[in-house]
Design a protein around this ligand. Sequence first.
Ligand code: FES
Length: 169
Amino acid sequence: MSEKRNQVSRRQFLNYTLTGVGGFMAAGMLAPMVRFAIDPVLQPQGKGEFTAVAQVDEITSEPQRVDWTIDQVDAWYESEVTKSAWVYKQEDGSIVALSPVCKHLGCVVAWAGNDDYPDQFFCPCHDGRYYKDGENVPGTPPNAALDRFQQRIEDGTLYLGKAIPREEA
Ligand code: FES
C-alpha cells in the first residue's frame, strides 16, 4: 500500500517533465532580454572619461571654445559625439571649463555673442546671458549657472570629463 503511494504516476511524471523543460526554455528566452535591458549597467565605468582637449599654456584669460570627440556607446549603438567647452584661465592660473549648453532650454551659448554684452556669454535663442564665471545674469531666462566640466591637468595638458551642474559640483 505505502509502496504504491510513493510511486510517481504517469501524469505526475509528465507534469514534472513539462514544467522543467518549459522553465528551462523560458529562462533561455528571458536571459538575453534581461541582459539586453541592463547591458549599460554592466559596462565598465570610469575608463576613458577624461579627454585631452588643450595645452594649458595656450589657454588665455579670454574664454576660448574647444571641441573634441568621444566614442559614445548606447547599449548596442556606438557613435562619435562632438563635445565643446568654453575654457579660460583665471588670475591665479586655475582653469575654468564651462559647458556651452544653456540652462534655459539647451541652446548653445557663445562668449561675447552679442555686441551689447562683450564680456558675457550670450544665448541667441531667448537672449539668455551669463557672466564670465558662468553664473546666470538675473532677469534673463536661464535660472541656473552653466555646468562646469570635471578637469584634470597632466604634463601641461588639460583633460575634461563630464559637465557637472553647480549644485552637484
Ligand atoms: S535656450 Fe538659452 S535663453 Fe532660452
